[in-house]
Design a protein around this ligand. Structure first.
Ligand code: NDP
Length: 487
């Protein structure tokens, strides 16, 4: 199986290679076989990309927003036309089941391009009356923005950053995770086909050093990172040192609270989606499931039955629910957390091992795993595992659930299942999380802002909020009379 792109990088509207860069083997996580060989960016490639973006940005920013939007909407159409091919590429790159990538990856990228392609025309400054004189504000682009992606939703992350950035008149240099370098290149080619002028969306491959070189480059105005809290702290420090704008979409350990009046089937479905989708590699996952004592046994019973029915296997088989984790390193990290959970005294209720599947003996699979009897202080209850590992807790009162839910450094997401609407809104208002669901979990429509509080992030992606984060305000005072001066 091969998925070799024409070259490693995409700069100024063309594929570019530089074999001086360290080789990067792209691995299909289901079999551990190499599907492509790329090269990491050298300092020269980084310079070329930033330079191309700088050259292209000014004239793009002068276009009418509707004209910029039209290009993005064309790109959205191409993505939708090529959904099957792109879903397959994403499955090869990430290992995620094609059942998911067909509906969640290029489709979400297309939604972002379509939304910002339309919304930008209505994103404008204000007119402010000053009693004779008046003022107005202009929404101006920042310049060259850098996007750095994680490996769980590669094309979605690239588009969630590129769409608002480009719509607002910026140029972008994007660095995918070195685990999943392929689909951002496909997106770059699609932009060119859609009529995006050369240089506005560039892709450079690399590990953390390349991300850091971009984040500290004097030609760059903003950095938007999707990654872990540890990386976020480093990148934010770099942005601070060089006084750049920053958006941080980081990790989480989100609570999902199930009250005793909830529809149990829906709550179980929400908890499974919020723990096992994408083999658990989702930042907003509700990995701490708090279930009210009265329905705990019923909830756990149905959860166990339905989790047993999850099909692990060939990611390209449309019947497969769960593919492997993205890499051997991530599988080992998840397995080591499972061992830690057992050693800490939590009860391994289901799963917990790395199955050797026929035909996929070398794949990085981990079974959907459920821990019970977990204490709030245990590492598996406090740290982000980023794999298919759910911790189920029992609670008695609303106050207790809220207190325990908020007892974390993270604040990305939270969910509540209850039929009592007053309680739902009352509880959500007290949860320290940027993205919340009532009677659902992990749906992220582009129309709603997405992002975290506390250590989980700064800034928001999606919705009109993202356009604010990719533009800056210029205030203009206009005198309509004489200048009053004491001199
Ligand atoms: P990492 O933080 O390890 O990496 C994220 C990206 O940052 C990668 O492209 C990485 O490069 C790059 N990077 C690493 N070090 C630096 C540095 N010093 N300067 C600049 N860039 C750097 O995260 P993962 O890729 O492992 O992704 C998993 C994490 O992402 C989880 O914590 C998850 O919660 C979070 N995440 C958050 C989301 C959100 O929207 N809030 C969504 C998805 C994931 P490379 O890895 O190639 O070396």
């Amino acid at each position: 199986m091969r998925a070799q792109p024409k070259a490693s990088h995409y700069i100024n509207g063309s594929f570019v290679e530089d074999t001086q860069g360290e080789p990067l083997e792209v691995i299909y996580p289901a079999t551990a076989e190499s599907i492509a060989r790329l090269h990491l960016a050298t300092p020269n490639i980084v310079e070329l990309a930033v330079e191309a973006a700088r050259e292209a940005q000014a004239s793009w920013a002068r276009l009418k927003p509707t004209e910029r939007g039209r290009v993005l909407r064309r790109a959205a159409e191409i993505l939708r036309d090529r959904n099957e091919e792109l879903a397959r590429l994403e499955t090869l790159d990430t290992g995620k089941a094609i059942q998911e990538t067909r509906v969640a990856d290029p489709a979400s990228a297309a939604d972002a391009l379509e939304f910002f392609g339309c919304a930008v025309a209505a994103h404008h400054g204000d007119h402010i009356e000053l009693g004779g004189p008046f003022g107005y504000t202009r929404r101006e682009p920042l310049g060259v923005c850098v996007g750095v992606g994680a490996w769980n939703y590669p094309i979605q992350i690239a588009a969630w950053k590129a769409a608002p950035a480009l719509a607002a008149g910026n140029a972008m240099v994007f660095k995918p995770s070195e685990n999943t370098p392929l689909s951002a290149l496909a997106l770059a080619e699609i932009f060119t086909k859609a009529g995006l002028p050369d240089g506005l969306f560039n892709v450079v491959q690399g590990a953390g050093e390349v991300g850091a070189a971009l984040a500290s480059h004097p030609g760059v105005a903003k950095i938007s990172l999707t990654g872990s809290v540890a990386t976020g702290k480093k990148v934010l420090a770099l942005a601070g040192e060089h006084m750049k704008a920053a958006t941080m979409e980081l990790g989480g350990k989100s609570p999902l609270i199930v009250f005793d009046d909830a529809d149990v089937e829906n709550a179980v479905g929400g908890a499974m989606l919020g723990n096992f989708y994408s083999s658990g590699q989702i930042c907003s996952n509700g990995t701490r499931v708090f279930v009210q004592k009265e329905i705990y046994d019923r909830f756990l019973g149905r959860l166990t039955e339905r989790t047993r029915a999850i099909r692990l296997g060939d990611p390209l088989d449309p019947e497969t629910h769960l593919g492997p984790l993205v890499s051997a390193a991530q599988r080992d990290r998840v397995l080591s957390y499972i061992e830690t959970g057992k050693a800490e005294g939590a009860r391994l209720h289901l799963g917990g091992s790395a199955p050797r599947l026929q035909g996929f003996e070398n794949g990085f699979f981990v079974e959907p795993t459920i821990f019970t009897d977990v204490q709030d202080h245990m590492r598996i209850a406090r740290e982000e595992i980023f794999g298919p590992v759910m911790c189920v807790f029992s609670f008695e009162t609303e106050e207790e659930a809220i207190k325990r839910a908020n007892d974390t450094e993270f604040g990305l997401a939270a969910g509540v299942f209850t039929r009592d609407l007053a309680r739902a809104h009352r509880v959500i208002a007290q949860l320290e999380a940027g993205t919340c669901w009532i009677n659902s979990y992990n749906l992220t429509p582009v129309e709603l802002p997405f992002g975290g509080m506390k250590s989980s992030g700064i800034g928001r992606e999606n919705a009109l909020a993202a356009l604010d984060h990719y533009s800056q305000i210029k205030s203009v005072y206009v005198e309509t009379g004489d200048v009053s001066s004491p001199y």
